[in-house]
Design a protein around this ligand. Structure first.
Ligand SMILES: Cc1ncc(COP(=O)(O)O)c(C=O)c1O
Length: 423
């Protein structure tokens, strides 16, 4: 009996796709929380969980917390609070998400793209230092895919040049076991509770001003934020069961037509809208919905477990990769809770394509683009081709492997064998 059960589980795991984007946080317990929350439609938008999340985060980081409907809105609110004026510049890295430069534009500033260090996929401090001038107000450092940025060096540069350092912690949140470089150096931290982030409330974001000068103006901006529509929140909640369905349908091929129909009926809330791909961010700030705060709060309570799971898969890929001659990035150290495990390979796109035949889907929107996703209108972001040669090279060669909460060790072992044959 036990044997039959084992075989069934094994087959189910291999039938279930390996992926980045089909609800990476949506496991059984996540689903049951979504279901429980969906029975109280009067509490979708407002309720006790918003303050609960704020308290949990404030206790964790020891600073005030402002909550918004997404990380991009939280970043925009902070840039508004520091009173960015037209012509002032904010340095960001090449190889980032379009919503980051959009938030800078929306706040009236200009993004300036600094190149990355290839081995970490993060800001190269030297490149940052060279770009600072009298118009520079801040540097945003992103801990790409959970690889820690060189925050100590960036802090030293920002102090010397008297500008602000904002840590973009969308991809990783530290726990008791680190990473120590993350979360303690920025004048402000930006968090995202998006679908594939460190923790997930399906949507949501926070800004934590460690430097108290801007906390009051941020607080008033949060008070002025408006509710998302009830319908929009329902669509967000629907994300969890929809992704379970997509995962179950993937091997049949029916997932695509089903998704197409849902999209055409406007039943899906997009991660990056067409306007955002053209460089536009709405100046309207929204409150985090109560149900999303509830999920983010629960996800935060599980942070250590989630990070340990990511650490286990990272360590496995790292050990296996070094043994089998994979081109492992030098910035990846054992014990990092990576959001995904990046490799540089020849013909990354071709490899992703051939992996699809094995039920492996590694498209994640971070391939072939310095300002992601690939369908972004690059000129409207302020990036000029040739600005960041390392970022341009890296984004063409990147192949990232999942480490998320619903990726199992068995799937990691299967994927590692597939990568061995491809390399
Ligand atoms: C590096 C980075 N920063 C910020 C954000 C914005 O987060 P959100 O999706 O919550 O707006 C994202 C994701 O979209 C991101 O990848």
């Amino acid at each position: 009996m036990l044997r039959v059960k084992k075989v069934l589980i094994l087959n189910y795991q291999l039938l279930s796709p390996i992926h980045h984007t089909f609800g990476p946080h949506v496991n059984r317990s996540y689903m049951s929380r979504v279901l429980a929350l969906s029975y109280a439609p009067w509490a979708y938008r407002n309720g006790k969980y918003i303050e609960m999340l704020r308290t949990e985060l404030a206790n964790k980081f020891g600073a005030p917390v402002c909550l918004f409907a997404s990380g991009r809105e939280a970043l925009f609110a902070y840039l508004k609070a520091i009173n960015l004026i037209p012509g002032e510049e904010v340095i960001v890295q090449g190889y980032t998400c379009v919503v980051v430069p959009n938030a800078i534009h929306a706040a009236g500033g200009s993004p300036v793209f600094a190149d990355i260090a290839r081995e970490t996929l993060n800001l190269d401090p030297e490149s940052v230092d060279k770009l600072i001038n009298s118009r520079t107000r801040a540097v945003i450092c992103q801990h790409t895919f959970g690889v820690p940025s060189d925050t100590a060096k960036l802090r030293e540069i920002c102090d010397r040049r008297k500008i602000l350092l904002i840590e973009d912690c969308a991809h990783v949140l530290p726990d008791r076991n680190g990473p120590e470089e993350i979360g303690g150096y920025g004048d402000a931290l930006m968090l995202s509770f998006g679908r594939d982030k460190a923790i997930s409330g399906i949507t949501g974001g926070a800004v934590i001003p460690r430097n108290p000068s801007f906390a009051d103006s941020l607080g008033s901006l949060e008070k002025q934020a408006v509710d998302l529509s009830w319908w929009e929140v329902l669509k967000l909640l629907e994300y969890a069961p929809r992704m379970r369905m997509v995962r179950n349908l993937k091997w049949t091929g029916f997932d695509k037509p089903v998704l197409k129909i849902l999209k055409s009926l406007n039943l899906i809330s997009l991660v990056v809208t067409d306007e955002e791909k053209k460089g536009f961010q709405s100046p309207l700030l929204h409150k985090i919905p109560n149900v999303c705060a509830a999920l983010a709060c629960w996800s935060l309570g599980n942070l250590e477990k989630t990070n340990d799971h990511r650490r286990q898969i990272t360590n496995f890929f790292l050990g296996h990769g070094l043994k089998h001659g994979w081109p492992v990035l030098k910035g990846i150290k054992p014990g990092l809770p990576l959001q995904k495990f990046p490799l540089f390979v020849h013909d990354a796109q071709g490899k992703r394509k051939s992996l699809k035949k094995h039920n492996v889907y590694l498209d994640d929107g971070w391939t072939g683009c310095v300002v992601c996703p690939e369908t972004v209108d690059l000129p409207s972001t302020g990036y000029e081709w040739g600005d960041n040669p390392e970022a341009e090279k890296a984004c063409g060669q990147i192949l990232s492997l999942p480490t998320h909460p619903t990726m199992t060790m068995r799937q990691a072992e299967y994927l590692a064998r597939q990568i061995d044959t491809l390399l």
